[in-house]
Design a protein around this ligand. Sequence first.
Ligand code: NCD
Length: 356
Amino acid sequence: MRSLIDILDLTVEELDALTDKALDIIDHPAAYASACQGKKLATLFFEPSTRTRLSFEAAMYELGGHVIGFSEAASSSAAKGESVADTAKIVSCYADIIAMRHPRDGAALVAAQNASIPVINAGDGGHCHPTQTLADLLTIRREMGRFDHLTIGLCGDLKYGRTVHSLIHAMSRYEGTRFVLISPAELRVPDYVHDVLEGQRIPYVETANLESALPELDILYMTRIQRERFPDLAEYERLKDSYVLTAEKMDLCKREMAVLHPLPRVNEISVAVDADPRAAYFRQALNGKYMRMALILKLLAEADGPAPQPEAGLITGKYICRNPRCISAVEQELPQTFRQAEGGVYRCLWCDTAAE
Ligand code: NCD
């Protein structure tokens, strides 16, 4: 049985196969209309969502399956204090596959370790969002025709933007990828993402200046400043208008490039940009549905296979995670577990924060 918690759970070959499958679904929707007949997807959304939840639900309906679930923590037993582990065990009795979004980093991994059905991480706190990356990948393939030799600018909240972390991990595996990381100093990518870039010798630059980066980009990935993750709202107020992509700034970009955004947009892309043919973000949202269809098919097909082996070399009880947003800070009796990562550093198994 497989789950999708981190985009690196899938090999490059598997990502290619998923995009091929999604393209086939686009061309032959009728061939898939009863592929999941009699199967149930549970959507467990402890945090707000429009695209991710509705595209999962639409995906399952278009495969002929059924959907159960909840769209806010207040209507689940989490409001009574139920743990993520218990919720995952219970939902395994009622559904065939779970898509879960949770405000805590690492919550999806806890669910996967306790469920007896595949779990898909639909966003865990400020950590990862692998199915948004699937949508991003299909968009890059359809807009640019390739995954290699692309210069990718990521702009906005690179610290708390979970979609950014997953996309960097995924694109780091393609030849010739270069990143331009555009953010205020306070919102740079976390160190576990830096470590991947350094460890794999991926060329990247960090800058605060959007305009000067624009002319060299093949992809511009704009993001929202993640208000809900800031410990200090005054800091959010100070940083919230850091970047706005306007039609004038689009004049600085290549003619052949694509602007992506996981959405929702607040004000970081002006509405006038929507009419530009390079604005791919609404097409990207549609691509997300097809990739989620391909993913559901894959994980259900592999649901009877062997459970993945637990990671070797884990250390429990030596370090304590200092990330206050980590699931290990609240989940009942969840062991403080660390693994050895890039550069010999020990990182929390649940949220990737380095041990001190
Ligand atoms: C993103 C998310 O939830 O992380 N939205 C999405 O799933 N498309 C991005 C965001 O909320 O800014």
